[in-house]
Design a protein. Structure first.
Length: 403
């Protein structure tokens, strides 16, 4: 029997029971759509995170504190932060070769009030270098300057989300007083939105000296952002910072009370986590494909039973076992392939909708589609072979006598 005839017969048989055919394909459709959509979501989320990290520049290093240990105990500073990093450390780092700008940070959460509006926002005490180190731009007004830090001025720059939540506009800059933790601050600027997570734009930036004076009362910082010069080797700068801080903190055994992360390390971590997440989601979604395969096998076994007499007649007039095997196998493949194609279409549409809603855009990986289609084909073959072999092995005499 020619292959074209096999396809024609298989499609005509599937067309006689349209509802049963659609219900049988449903498992494969859901499975393939889930694989395509979930893998695209994982890759889209990774792309969004990577884009935000890369937007900070490849020359960014972040120095984070460890814990101060005394007599076997762990000591924490105000707001749960360690006291192992100080403003003096930040000043020392700024003098290293290869370091362009530094931005020490002291972070906490405070209630911020403007007129009748209020919200709890992330308050960061920092210096004038914050703008360049973390690649922010001003939307309106001015940023913190050295004079505001040196004189402990009560001035504040807010993110775009904070401005929206508090109902503040460009005309409010330099004319409005906001209250941070119950204390008055003059609003001097609003930042351009970063376009990443809302938390990046829901910030209130004040001079680090003011934060220490009003909220902390110590010389500690939560972290130190370091921007290396364009020509500097990040690895070399990292080693210089490590050596400097070990010397300043009196560390000789290598048990550093601080850690340094670079953009390359963060991107590598994101990539490895993304790979694990992608395989995990694809594995979970593949279970739906297996369920769909069982549905195909079930309906094909029922079809063999229903068509036992037809099989006997075909064998009696000369059909070979391999012809019967091929016919039923092609029917199973047609079910799985049709379900796979429809599932790919639904998965792509779902990926597009989720990407637009989440903000990372449409991420399409042709390899995912090829794998999903190949897997659905494999499901059709694996779960169609047994019913097809059962049909092919029927004794024509017994089949003709079947009621």
């Amino acid at each position: 029997m020619r292959f074209g005839d096999l396809i024609s017969v298989a499609l005509s048989r599937l067309g006689t029971g349209k509802l049963r055919t659609i219900l049988t394909m449903l498992g494969v459709i859901i499975g393939v759509a889930s694989v395509v959509a979930l893998v695209s979501v994982a890759q889209g989320a990774t792309k969004g995170i990577s884009d935000r990290l890369q937007s900070l520049g490849t020359n960014l290093l972040t120095v984070s504190p460890g814990f101060t240990r005394t007599a076997g105990s762990v000591t924490r500073g105000a707001f749960g932060t360690s006291t192992t990093l100080t403003l003096d450390d930040a000043s020392a780092i700024s003098g290293l070769d290869g370091v362009a700008t530094i931005a020490p940070e002291l972070t906490t959460n405070k209630l911020v009030v403007a007129g009748s509006e209020n919200e709890t926002a992330r308050v960061i005490g920092t210096t004038s270098g914050y703008l360049s180190v973390f690649a922010y731009q001003m939307w309106t007004g001015t940023f913190l300057n050295d004079a505001s830090v040196e004189n402990n001025l009560r001035v504040a720059v807010i993110g775009s989300t904070t401005a929206d939540n508090l109902g503040l506009k460009a005309s409010d800059v330099n004319t409005t007083t906001i209250y941070v933790g119950g204390l008055p601050f003059e609003l001097i600027g609003i930042l351009q939105p970063k376009g990443g997570t809302s938390s990046e734009d829901d910030v209130v930036l004040i001079p680090v000296s003011t934060a220490h004076e009003l909220f902390v009362g110590s010389n500690s910082v939560s972290s130190i952002g370091v921007s290396a010069t364009g020509s500097a080797d990040i690895t070399v700068v990292e080693a210089e910072i490590t050596s400097l801080l070990e010397q300043r903190h009196g560390i000789t055994n290598g048990n550093d009370d601080f850690s340094i992360t670079t953009q390359a390390q963060l991107l590598g971590t994101v990539s490895s986590v993304s790979d694990v997440l992608t395989f995990l989601l694809a594995g979970i979604a593949s279970i739906s494909l297996l369920v769909g395969g069982i549905g195909i096998m079930n309906i094909m076994l029922v079809s063999v039973r229903e068509r036992t007499r037809e099989i006997g007649i075909r064998k009696a007039i000369g059909a070979r076992g391999r012809d019967i095997l091929s016919q039923f196998l092609v029917e199973a493949l047609a079910l799985s392939l049709a379900g796979g194609v429809i599932g790919i279409g639904l998965g792509v549409v779902a990926s597009l909708g989720i990407g637009i809603y989440a903000g990372w855009g449409f991420v399409f990986n042709p390899f995912t589609v090829v794998v999903a289609l190949a897997f659905s084909t494999l499901v059709g073959i694996v779960f169609g072979v047994w019913p097809a072999s059962q049909a092919a092995s029927l004794d024509p005499v017994v089949a003709l006598r079947y009621e």
